[in-house]
Ligand binder design. Structure first.
Ligand SMILES: Nc1ncnc2c1ncn2[C@@H]1O[C@H](COP(=O)(O)OP(=O)(O)OP(=O)(O)O)[C@@H](O)[C@H]1O
Ligand SMILES: [Mg+2]
Length: 325
C-alpha cells in the first residue's frame, strides 16, 4: 500500500465492517421483521458484536504505527542530541507528518539549548576572566606595592633593630598572600591556555593538582593532535579541571592520569581516570552536568563510568571536524 492517510484507512475499515454486516444480513437466512422477533434480535446483536470486534482488531492494527511513534518519542533523551524518529514513506500520511514535525521540533530545541548553554557558559567564562583580572591587577598590584613599601621601611630600619624581624615576617605574609591570589586567578582563568596552548596548560594543571594533593597525575598528550580551536581548548581544559578536582574531592585515589589523543577515526578524546572508589550510586551534581553541557556545545559527548578495576573514568569525545582550529 502506498502512503495513505490514516483517516482514509479508518474510514475504509469501517466501511468494510458495515459491508460485512450487510452481507451477513443479505446472504444468510437472517431476517428482520417489522416487529422484531426474539431470535432475530439475538442474531442482530451477535452480528453487530462480531462486527464491532473485527472493527476493533482492524483499527488497532491501523493505529499501531501511532503507538510505535509515541513509544519512540518517549525514548528521546535530551542529553543525547541527534536522535530522530524514522520518517518512513510507507507510514500513513499523518504519522509521517507527525514524525517530521516532531523531528523538526527536536532540531529547534537542540539548537536553542546549544545556544543557551553557549550563552551561559560564555557569560560564566567572561565573569571568571573579569574576576581573575581584578584579582591580578587589583589585589595583586596592591599586594606588590605593599611588599615594596615594607622593603623600603626595612631598609630604613637598622639591621640590629628588632623591628627588622617583624618587617621581614610582614613581607613574607604579603608574599604568601600574593601567591595565593595568583593561584586563585590562575584557577579562574588559565593564562597558560591563551599564552602557551592546551598541552602546557594541562601540564601546569596536573603539576598544580599533584603539588596540592600529593597524588601523582600523569599526563600524556598525543604528538599527532591537531591544533584545536580556542573554544575546544577551553572545553577540554575545563573538563580536565573538573575531573581532577572531583578526583581530589571525592575519589580517595592514589594516582590519576590524563590522556589527550586523536583516534584513527579523527575523534579527539580526553580521558581522565583515577584509581579511587568509583562513582557508586552518586548523583551527578553541577560539576558533572557542566561537563556534559560543555561537551554538547561542541557536538561531542562526555561519559563517566566506574572502571572494572575500580576508580572513575571521564571520557570526552569530540569530532575533529567540529574542533580543529
Ligand atoms: N572521581 C570521582 N570519584 C568518586 N566519586 C566521584 C568522582 N567524581 C564524581 N563523583 C561523585 O559524583 C558526585 C557529583 O559530582 P559533581 O562534580 O557533579 O558534583 P560535586 O563535585 O559534588 O560538586 P560541584 O558541583 O562543585 O562539582 C560527587 O558528589 C561524587 O559523589
Ligand atoms: Mg565536582
Amino acid at each position: 500500500m502506498g502512503r495513505s492517510s490514516l483517516l482514509k484507512r479508518i474510514f475504509a475499515l469501517n466501511v468494510a465492517a458495515f459491508v460485512l454486516a450487510g452481507l451477513v444480513l443479505a446472504f444468510t437466512p437472517a431476517t428482520v421483521s417489522a416487529e422484531i422477533a426474539r431470535l432475530e434480535a439475538a442474531v442482530l446483536v451477535l452480528v453487530l458484536a462480531a462486527t464491532a470486534a473485527i472493527d476493533f482488531l482492524l483499527l488497532r492494527r491501523a493505529l499501531a504505527p501511532l503507538r510505535r511513534l509515541s513509544g519512540l518519542m518517549e525514548t528521546v533523551e535530551p542529553l543525547h542530541p541527534g536522535q530522530r524518529l524514522p520518517e518512513e514513506d510507507s507510514s500513513p500520511e499523518e504519522i509521517r507528518r507527525l514524525a517530521v514535525a516532531f523531528n523538526g521540533m527536536l532540531a529547534r530545541l537542540e539548537e536553542e539549548r546549544r545556544r543557551s548553554v553557549e550563552r551561559s557558559l560564555g557569560a560564566q567564562e567572561a565573569e571568571r576572566l573579569r574576576v581573575a583580572q581584578e584579582l591580578h591587577d587589583g589585589i595583586g598590584q596592591s599586594l606588590t606595592a605593599l611588599m615594596l613599601q615594607i622593603d623600603r621601611a626595612a631598609r630604613r630600619v637598622p639591621q640590629e633593630n628588632p623591628l627588622q624581624g617583624e618587617l621581614c615576617g610582614a613581607r613574607e605574609a604579603a608574599r604568601t598572600l600574593l601567591g595565593e591570589v595568583r593561584e586563585v586567578a590562575t584557577r579562574l582563568r588559565p593564562e597558560a591556555l591563551d599564552d602557551l596552548g592546551l598541552a602546557n596548560a594541562l601540564e601546569a594543571l596536573c603539576a598544580r593538582v599533584g603539588d596540592q594533593s600529593g597524588i601523582p597525575v600523569r599526563l600524556s598528550v598525543d604528538p599527532g593532535l591537531p591544533p584545536l580551536s580556542p573554544e575546544a581548548e577551553l572545553v577540554v581544559f575545563r573538563i580536565a579541571q573538573e575531573a581532577l578536582s572531583n578526583t581530589l574531592r571525592h575519589a580517595d585515589a592514589s594516582a590519576a592520569e590524563l590522556t589527550l589523543a586523536v583516534g584513527d577515526d579523527g575523534t579527539v578524546t580526553l580521558r581522565a581516570a583515577d584509581d579511587g572508589r568509583g562513582l557508586g550510586d552518586s548523583v551527578p551534581g553541577a560539576g558533572i552536568q557542566g561537563m556534559h553541557e560543555r561537551a554538547l556545545l561542541l557536538g561531542g559527548t562526555c561519559q563517566l563510568r566506574t572502571l572494572p578495576a575500580g576508580g572513575t573514568e571521564v571520557a570526552l569525545r569530540l569530532r575533529t571536524a567540529e574542533v580543529v582550529a
